[in-house]
Design a protein around this ligand. Structure first.
Ligand SMILES: C[S@@+](CC[C@H](N)C(=O)[O-])C[C@H]1O[C@@H](n2cnc3c(N)ncnc32)[C@H](O)[C@@H]1O
Length: 249
């Protein structure tokens, strides 16, 4: 099994190109709302896994005594250091071999990373290993079973079947490809690895250029807040957030 890094953010200005120069305030706010609902209020040691330049750091800095930002990309980690200084400790490496001891962390999160992972189960097992018993992992998963993907499949515009549990690898989107997952597939992985599933949220429910134009970002953000819990049972949103716990011994 190869552990190649599928998407290398070294030399890529993710902060500017993906967030600041693009119309993504709604998506950013949707992520933040979910994280506020799911992360424990107080933690000793916390890590943002694949945390990039620390876009979401303000959501966890106040909750943990010690904060690590872990990422493969030195470009991202350097930017994070420039922004947050000593408030965070950056660690570089590959997700499949995390530089933390067994049972070291009280909490962690991994947001907008699963779509880059070729071996999701192996990564989830690493997250489990580094958490203390009783510790919490907040994991965002790129969902293949969304309404637009269903529409594209049933009208013959996409061959990717959103209803089956196999991993979707959209090589047409970039040379390296993106992975999307069926909720049942990831939930089975979480259970196999040993996590108990405490809460699920449906996130970025209204991610659509058309809706942004018609309704406006402010209104979408207001609608999103209520929808995250209400729509969770159907798991149709592009991002599904899970609050998982490593059981106490
Ligand atoms: C889309 S960005 C998300 C960053 C941040 N979590 C956020 O939501 O703003 C994905 C991040 O995952 C990191 N990444 C991808 N594959 C990785 C791997 N195998 N090991 C460590 N980091 C990885 C990339 O370097 C990148 O910073």
């Amino acid at each position: 099994m190869s552990d190649k890094v599928v998407s290398d953010y070294n030399g890529y200005d993710y902060k500017k190109i993906f967030w600041e120069d693009a119309d993504r305030e709604y998506e950013d706010q949707a992520d933040r709302m979910a994280i506020r609902k799911l992360l424990p209020k107080r933690m000793e040691k916390f890590a943002d896994i694949g945390g990039g330049y620390g876009r979401l750091a303000n959501e966890y800095l106040r909750r943990a005594r010690k904060v690590y930002l872990f990422d493969y990309s030195k470009t991202e980690l350097k930017q994070a250091k420039e922004i947050y200084g000593d408030k965070i400790e950056t660690k570089a490496g590959d997700i499949y071999k995390l530089p933390f001891k067994d049972n070291e962390l009280d909490g962690l999160m991994m947001v907008r990373v699963t779509h880059h992972l070729e071996h999701l189960e192996k990564a989830v097992a690493e997250l489990y290993r580094v958490l203390k018993p009783g510790g919490v992992a907040v994991i965002e998963v790129a969902n293949k079973r969304t309404l637009p993907k269903m529409a594209r499949f049933v009208t013959g515009r996409s061959k990717v079947n959103p209803f089956d549990k196999t991993v979707a690898n959209y090589t047409e989107i970039s040379a390296n490809g993106f992975y999307n997952y069926h909720p049942k597939y990831v939930e089975e992985i979480f259970a196999r690895v040993g996590f108990s599933q405490e809460r699920v949220l449906s996130v970025s429910n209204f991610r659509s250029r058309g809706l942004k134009k018609v309704l406006g970002t402010r209104n979408l953000i207001k609608m999103e807040n209520g929808a995250q819990r209400a729509l969770a049972p159907i798991r149709f949103a592009p991002s599904i957030y899970y609050k998982l716990r490593k059981p106490e011994k």
